[in-house]
Design a binder for this molecule. Sequence first.
Ligand code: NDP
Length: 357
Amino acid sequence: MITEKPVCVTGASGFIASHIVAGLLADGYRVRGTTRKSREHYPFLLQLPGAEERLELVEADLLRKESFLPAFRECEYVIHTASPYVINVKDPAKDLVEPALQGTMGVMEAARSAGGVKRVVLTSSVAAVTDEPDSTKVFTERDWNTRSSLHRHPYHYSKTVAEKSAWEFVSRQKPGFDLVSINPSMVTGPALGPDINTTNAMIRDIMIGVYPGIMDLNWGFVDVRDTARAHILAMETSGASGRYLCSAGLLDMRTLVEQLSYSGYGNYPLPKTDLTGRFGTALMMALSYTQPRDTGTYIRTHIGRSLRYGCSKIKQELGMSFMPVMESILEGVEDMVRRGHLAPPRSRRVGPGKKEA
Ligand code: NDP
């Protein structure tokens, strides 16, 4: 379905968005990416194969809704990924909810005003599905996070209100385009830009001794290139509709640490103390109150629970298949080493008082 008209990707500099831009260019599309700063700040985007001929970068900010209208002119497809992805912010309303919600509403209004938009693909998250695993349940697209607030998992809250208001906008305003959301779990894998993504930073933190021990935690993961492909398929598949959970599989902390150790990272200060039993879980529950607020809430709502996502819809309707979780994580780790976010495995010497690269 290559169209002559540009596909607009908001937040093109982001971890996921830059892979969407790369995927669209590789498929032959013209791409218009929105960024917060001017184009010379993004050499990694401008150097992508096909960028010279088919990538345009325009400035837009989620807090200036009028900034998106010029970006969407002539576009039939908008992929809206821009949204702050940070945990532990000072002011959840200002730092998370305002840009996520106002930005999404601004994008929806601009898409309507632009006239020719046929579909908006929204990057939501499993954070809009639940903020608390339930070991007895497999979560699906029918589930909505009803518990988060400004005080409890504000990032999850920002994703929930942003996605919900996008669906309400489409159902009430009948804007002439349809909406499809991709709801990924934790996205890993190599970055195209120089920054370290929040999920990869969590894996780095596990590798540099930030965690006191191996906790009874598990996460859903999905590779960044698969996540990008899911967005492009959601745009291209005419019958795509509704939400799509996007997760390759689950990994518990013990397996993650063991696999890192077997894969050549055994000389990093990986957590060793086993805190997965009843005593460890009780200890971590108590220690959670000494952590930054949002990390503490995360521990209390996730520890000791298993998390399962049903992803048959994305496989059946979009034809998605996923690369194995550990392969993606290891490629992400190699990339962090290459970019200096982590010291190389053999040369690293980290002791008390010494700083990790
Ligand atoms: P990044 O932090 O790499 O990308 C976020 C993007 O949003 C950046 O381009 C950033 O611009 C842009 N952005 C943030 N605030 C504003 C603003 N006020 N105005 C304009 N642009 C803004 O994160 P990811 O790529 O990981 O996340 C992208 C999307 O995917 C987010 O919506 C996130 O919630 C969602 N997601 C991510 C997951 C993950 O594990 N990575 C999992 C599930 C969902 P700038 O570069 O200028 O800061």
